[in-house]
Ligand binder design. Sequence first.
Ligand SMILES: C[S@@+](CC[C@H](N)C(=O)[O-])C[C@H]1O[C@@H](n2cnc3c(N)ncnc32)[C@H](O)[C@@H]1O
Length: 204
Amino acid sequence: MTLPTATSIPTSLIHLPDNYFETLRLDTLFPQAQPLELELGSGDGSFLAAYAAAQPGVNFIGVERLLGRLRKLDKKARRAGLSNVCCLRIEASYFLEFMVPKDAARAVHIYFPDPWPKRRHRKNRLVNERFPEIAAQALEAQGTVYLRTDDADYFEQMLECFGRSPLFQSEETPEELAKFVTDFERTFHARGIQTRHAVYRKTP
Ligand SMILES: C[S@@+](CC[C@H](N)C(=O)[O-])C[C@H]1O[C@@H](n2cnc3c(N)ncnc32)[C@H](O)[C@@H]1O
């Protein structure tokens, strides 16, 4: 990725780290040092592109393992002239645990993570027993995790994992944020499928 400047948008917002064993150097990713928010599993990037456009004073990293989807986010963000977006193709929990500097993020957004509905596959879920600890490490004091899913069982698991953690307390989803609907959420709503939201703030 070309290093962005305040006046130019690089030809690609997809960041290729030199070293996947070190934490990211955030000062090389964005032209301005600003609060940082992450979206894990950003898909086609409609949410992130719209949300980042509405919040120019925040830097955003979108993480997605499918390159085709990441390219769509890249395209949307560049078309909108956003210099506060960067994206990475990487596995989300590895990224959060090993590549995000400690206490660096103001928020983590996880919307409609793969549900892994079969019992024997549930160990693959991104939000699991260990997740609150990993998220707390990446979040600044009072940083927030925003969750959405259509899967009732996964929602229960999210509530249980965060409910058991002394590191977080539950909050309501801000209306301002709920207005930003994701690609999958739009599809679920069109099919009459209920979606569930949860928010957890890191305890002081
Ligand atoms: C169901 S889609 C939701 C996409 C988007 N958040 C939305 O709501 O429209 C889940 C996305 O997360 C990505 N994903 C799932 N597990 C992942 C992981 N462990 N690391 C990175 N991306 C992941 C998938 O490739 C997919 O694009």
